[in-house]
Design a protein around this ligand. Structure first.
Ligand code: NAD
Ligand code: MN
Length: 358
């Protein structure tokens, strides 16, 4: 039987709640499928680990993860630890060394869920955002000098490399090509950021020649936020830099109904290291421990993980079970305006998997 080793890392806040729900649903997927098994290993890295050891994960953490086929990740962030420490100490400390350079964020309005946009019910909003996940504004280069003095200077340097932009652009064009409409919008701020972003536009035009069947256009990021709200049906696949796509995808998640349903995958397309799958949301301190975290984002990313592992049938079966569950408003968690708990949504998805008759 095919067998996959999965590293499960809940992290902070509601992270462990949604990851344990995700592990349960993935086990139900494997059981229903019968063709593969999943072998989970839990990791306790995150803010509690930091309070004990002064670091978010061991120094060889990323290397320990290389032995796995995929990583399922919850969220990091705690009220008493600065956000840049938790982000750089865990999430980016995994994504960057494992070269998960393509961050893929599908956005759709699932059955039963209401978009805050008028006249948008489903087919009008079906996007995939591809975020450059290894460099750009999150290169980590920068510094502060003369702290506290009137002459204090602080800088974060955005670094883009030709090879880095080429590989994300090629990934985005290939993804656009695989979708029915074959449309790609290349987002920049190349009027203001006149070095790196101009190179980004030039490389987009070069890579486009390899994909003559993909229709593509360019858009400035500020104009793109308007287009997402006003003309959502004109958009299909989007590629943008690390920072721009981070912001666009929170907007996309809100337009699709809730941050609680939005998934993401940190992909290494060359597959020589494991990819990492996570909900887009953070640790949500305001609802931690209440049992009402929406697990749908984690289930959706679990479906992306199954697809990436080479189990497309199980991935689609899970997606149908999710849609069957969201179609029932009584199974919506409070972020979607419903009465359901994490437990009830998890049970419903597991039940839908058991009942699946494909
Ligand atoms: P957040 O995503 O944690 O929460 C934003 C709002 O959405 C909150 O009201 C929360 O209750 C709600 N929400 C989020 N996920 C939900 C879910 N599954 N079900 C129901 N409601 C949900 O963002 P924030 O409040 O800006 O950040 C909180 C912490 O999380 C910070 O420390 C931040 O740095 C961190 N964070 C981490 C990640 C990550 O690990 N990838 C992402 C974003 C934020
Ligand atoms: Mn974000």
């Amino acid at each position: 039987m095919r067998s996959y080793r999965i590293a499960a890392m809940g992290g902070d806040g509601i992270g462990p709640e949604v990851i344990s729900a995700g592990v349960e649903v993935l086990k139900a997927c494997a059981e229903r499928d019968g063709g593969f098994q999943l072998d989970f290993t839990d990791f306790d890295w995150g803010s509690d680990y930091y309070r004990k050891h002064g670091v978010m994960m061991p120094a060889d953490g990323a290397d320990q993860l290389r032995a796995f086929d995929a990583i399922l990740f919850g969220a990091v962030g705690a009220p008493d630890i600065p956000d840049h420490v938790t982000l750089w100490g865990l999430r980016l400390a995994i994504c960057q060394p494992l070269d998960q350079y393509a961050n893929v964020r599908p956005t759709r309005v699932l059955p039963g869920i209401t978009s805050p946009l008028r006249n948008v019910s489903g087919p009008e909003l079906d996007w995939v955002i591809v975020r450059e996940n290894s460099e750009g504004e999150y290169s980590g280069v920068g510094g502060r000098a003369h702290r506290g003095l009137p002459i204090e200077v602080a800088q974060d340097v955005s670094i883009m490399t030709r090879a880095g932009v080429q590989r994300i652009m090629r990934y985005a064009f290939r993804l656009a090509q695989s979708r029915p409409r074959k449309l790609l919008t290349v987002v920049t701020k190349s009027n203001a950021q006149r070095h790196a972003m101009v190179m980004w536009d030039e490389i987009a035009a070069e890579i486009a020649t390899e994909f003559p069947d993909v229709t593509w256009d360019k858009m400035l990021v500020d104009a793109m936020t308007m287009r997402m709200v006003i003309k959502p049906a004109t958009i299909d696949t989007i590629v943008a830099s690390n920072l721009h796509a981070d912001i666009l995808s929170d907007l996309a998640a809100a337009l699709a109904g809730s941050l609680g349903i939005a998934p993401t995958a940190n992909i290494n397309p060359e597959r020589d290291t494991p990819s990492m799958f996570e909900p887009i949301h953070g640790s949500a301190f305001d609802i931690t421990g209440k049992g009402i975290a929406n697990p749908i984002a984690t289930f959706w990313t679990a479906s992306m993980m199954l697809d990436h592992l080479g189990e497309p049938n199980a991935a689609q079966r899970l997606m149908r079970a999710i849609e069957h569950t969201t179609a029932n408003p009584n199974l919506h968690t409070p972020d979607l305006g419903g009465p359901a708990t994490t437990r009830q949504v998890t049970d419903a998805v597991c039940e839908a998997l058991r009942m699946a008759n494909d």
